[in-house]
Design a protein around this ligand. Structure first.
Ligand code: ADP
Ligand code: MG
Length: 323
């Protein structure tokens, strides 16, 4: 119902960047290889995400806006072995309850697509139509019906900054997907999507920085740790330049930040944050991502082990490097 969706929106949808996060997660779960994000006025006027993924059937396109309608969890067991980025089935109904949403989608097999328009949680239009394969979701006038939220939003520049952060992270987590971001018609991000993390890093942080990075590659029976680590004396490095992904999901973790810092600490006496991008792959049963609706926090069942492995992986990569 509308009220429950609006309440959920309060938790999930904080600002344009959180809308983009949810739409990108859906596009990634849909196995897209190219994703374009277009925003206007920092996302306050328009957020449009287009993908070339599996798309939705005509009925599924309508169902997607029902609360807890997820196609990704079928049994209780799935909840403890989450491999997709989404699983709560809350994002679309929440977003649609506080904005004007238009979806155009077509599955790879279908001859025709579906268009659904929902404004403030109310179904305004739905019709079979011509559509490209994949899904395009446009979100207009975010928070138009929740003035308190709208007032809380910061300047266009600030909102754009948050959007850039998210798109950058998503692009780093998924180097096999090509991401593009346009702000007011101007392209601001483009990654090649060739599967090479270093190329994604070069597209985002610049090729000078990418050239100076070392590869992190560490595998044990339980964990795979891959990524790149840069030199800490670069001026632009701060704690936001340490990105961690667990099974493809961006996470915030002071423990992981500490593990990385410890690795650098043994080599360098300075207290700086380097540019580090690390992807951890581990059994989804060993990590709980269902801590908060925004899915940013995680809990590990063997935290000490994980942190030790991460520190070792980075130390190993930095060995023999001169700074
Ligand atoms: P969740 O991602 O947790 O399943 P959402 O509310 O984000 O819930 O999305 C609801 C459903 O809509 C998804 O489970 C999926 O079936 C469908 N969906 C949403 N976005 C896309 C997309 N870009 N491509 C294909 N299907 C999508
Ligand atoms: Mg989702």
């Amino acid at each position: 119902d509308l009220l429950a969706n609006k309440i959920a929106a309060g938790e999930v949808v904080e600002r344009p960047a959180s809308v983009i996060k949810e739409l990108l997660e859906n596009a990634i779960d849909a196995q897209s290889s190219t994703i374009a994000v277009e925003i206007e006025q920092g996302g306050l006027d328009l957020i449009k995400v287009s993908d070339d993924g599996i798309g939705m059937g005509t009925e599924d396109a309508l169902k997607a806006f029902e609360r807890h309608a997820t196609s990704k969890i079928r049994t209780d067991k799935d909840l403890f072995r989450i491999r997709t980025l989404g699983f709560r089935g809350e994002a679309l109904p929440s977003i649609a309850s506080v904005a004007k949403v238009e979806v155009k989608t077509r599955t790879q097999e279908a001859n025709e697509g579906m268009r659904v328009v929902i404004e403030g949680g109310k179904l305004v239009a739905h019709e079979v139509c011509a559509a490209k394969k994949g899904t395009e979701i446009a979100v207009r006038d975010l928070f138009y019906n929740t003035p308190a939220r709208l007032k809380y939003l910061k300047s266009i520049q600030t909102e754009l900054g948050h959007v850039l952060d998210y798109v950058n992270r998503m692009a780093l987590a998924h180097p096999h997907i090509s991401f593009r971001l346009y702000h007011n018609g101007r392209q601001v991000i483009q990654t090649p999507g060739d599967g090479k993390l270093l190329h994604a890093v070069a597209a985002i942080y610049g090729s000078d920085l990418a050239r100076q990075m070392v590869q992190v590659q560490w595998e044990t029976y339980d964990y795979k740790i891959e990524g790149v680590a840069g030199f800490p004396e670069l001026n632009r490095a701060n704690r936001n330049h340490c990105s961690f992904f667990i099974n493809g999901r961006f996470v915030k973790s002071y423990q992981l930040l500490n593990a990385v810092q410890s690795a650098y600490h043994t080599l360098l006496p300075i207290n700086r944050y380097p540019v580090v991008v690390l992807s951890l792959t581990l059994d989804p049963g060993l990590v709980d991502v269902n801590v908060h609706p925004n899915k940013l926090e995680v809990r590990f069942s063997q935290e000490k082990d994980v942190m030790a492995a991460v520190q070792q992986a980075v130390e190993e990569a930095l060995k023999g490097q001169t700074f």
